[in-house]
Design a protein around this ligand. Structure first.
Ligand SMILES: NC(=O)c1ccc[n+]([C@@H]2O[C@H](COP(=O)([O-])OP(=O)(O)OC[C@H]3O[C@@H](n4cnc5c(N)ncnc54)[C@H](O)[C@@H]3O)[C@@H](O)[C@H]2O)c1
Ligand SMILES: [Zn+2]
Length: 386
């Protein structure tokens, strides 16, 4: 993490995470109360990538109605920097990640005479980032893309790694691509309007990074519970920057999810995906399911003799202190068999064989394909009774 070049003049505390992906490399700028400077960052990013050109720069800002106030700041900032910036407000929610919505956005791009230098800017959570990213990846075989994430989940997860896409009725995220942005601009002040439940849900992925990759970061979280809960800007900046750096380091080794290295990011997710599917999408937020799933996976690691009970207890304590959901709302609603069969359907399963990412110590995980099903069943039963 370093100080950024574009916005450091009045923010000594702003941070930059460099995502190192050969010619697709880009920077994530993390600051507070500087959204008004986003226009000059985007200008620099575009000129550095495509060279300076005469003529007016153009951008389509894609947002949802809940974050339109933040998107307006981005529009004004670009206008001040001399851009022609158009705004499109979509409906909030997962349904927006769909081909008909993308089709409407293609039309909008045609109407504004978009060309290879027209930048698509996503201002929103993971839904807007995934949808606008897919638009940028496919319009005219790819136009420049910038993310301005507004949820904690999109700060630390969906805006790092280049996955963009939309849902089909058959499955979530079935249509998509890997497409890296020109840059990502994170201003922690936009999180002040984020509903508590969404904030807590995003925190689960933050805790995950500590468990899987960085014991020191996990300790930082334990020591900064008050700052996390009050959304203290300096705590947020460090927490977000470290999370982005950790994910970026993994993505760099396995950009296209081919070698299996990226799988470490799935800690807690084999259980979580089953819980989400059984609860009905939207009932249990993704991060809520991940928090619960991590505790199940950690119990499974205990059962396999990989860790002792203290490591599970530390995760549980931290999650509890930061207000995460740590048990299923109604554990008796699903049988062990229902959970197991949903896990077998997970797209990350290989040939129906269950794979688990399990901790071996704080800051380290390994993927196991040989976990006996009776251990998994026992953990499901025990956790439901706890
Ligand atoms: N591309 C990836 O690698 C990746 C990774 C994880 C998740 N995702 C995707 O991300 C999506 C979930 O993202 P999400 O959790 O950010 O959900 P989201 O985009 O639906 O945002 C959650 C809610 O918060 C509102 N909101 C967003 N920012 C706000 C703010 N600052 N103030 C007030 N309200 C705000 C939104 O309008 C929405 O109602 C899913 O579609 C998931 O598939 C993608
Ligand atoms: Zn996740």
């Amino acid at each position: 993490m370093t100080q950024p070049s574009g916005i450091d003049s009045n923010s000594p505390s702003a941070l930059t995470v460099h995502v190192d992906l050969a010619e697709r490399s880009y920077d994530i700028q993390i600051c507070s109360n500087q959204l008004g400077a986003v226009g000059s960052s985007i200008t620099d990013w575009l000129d550095n990538r495509l060279g300076t050109q005469t003529g007016q720069r153009k951008a389509l800002i894609v947002t949802d109605r809940n974050v339109a106030a933040h998107a307006n700041v981005v529009v004004h900032s670009l206008a001040e920097a001399g851009w022609n910036a158009e705004l499109v407000k979509l409906e909030p929610g997962e349904k927006t990640k769909s081909l008909p919505v993308i089709s409407g956005l293609y039309e909008r791009m045609v109407e504004m005479n978009a060309d290879r230098r027209t930048v698509v800017v996503a201002v929103g959570g993971g839904v807007i980032g995934d949808a606008a990213g897919f638009l940028a990846a496919t319009y005219n075989r790819g136009v420049p893309f910038v993310q301005v994430p507004t949820t904690l989940l999109s700060d630390v997860d969906s805006s790092v790694g280049g996955k963009v896409g939309v849902n089909l009725a058959a499955a979530k995220n079935l249509i998509g691509s890997f497409y890296q942005p020109l840059g990502v601009f994170i201003d922690t002040s936009v999180l002040t309007t984020l509903p508590d439940r969404d904030y807590r849900s995003g925190l689960a992925e933050v805790v995950k990074y500590g468990v899987i990759l960085d014991a020191e970061f996990f300790e930082f979280l334990e020591q900064n519970v008050a700052g996390i809960n009050s959304r203290e800007p300096s705590v947020l900046r460090h927490m977000i920057a470290r999370s982005c750096q950790l994910k970026a380091d993994v993505v760099k080794e396995d950009e296209y999810e081919r070698t299996g290295l990226r799988a470490v990011l799935n800690y807690g997710h084999t259980f979580a995906h089953a819980f989400e599917a059984l609860a009905g999408y939207g009932e249990l937020l993704h991060g809520e399911a991940v928090a619960i799933g991590m505790l199940y996976a950690s119990r499974l690691a205990e059962k396999r003799g990989l860790i002792d009970a203290e490591l599970t207890a530390r995760q549980k304590n931290l999650l509890e202190q930061i207000g995460s959901v740590i048990v299923l709302p109604d554990p008796s609603a699903y049988s062990v068999d229902q959970i197991l069969s949903k896990m077998r359907l997970d797209k990350k399963t290989v040939g129906g064989e269950l794979r688990f990412v399990l901790p071996t110590k704080l800051g380290n995980v390994t993927t196991f394909a040989d976990v006996p099903e009776f251990d998994v069943s026992a953990v499901i039963t025990e956790c439901a009774a706890a």
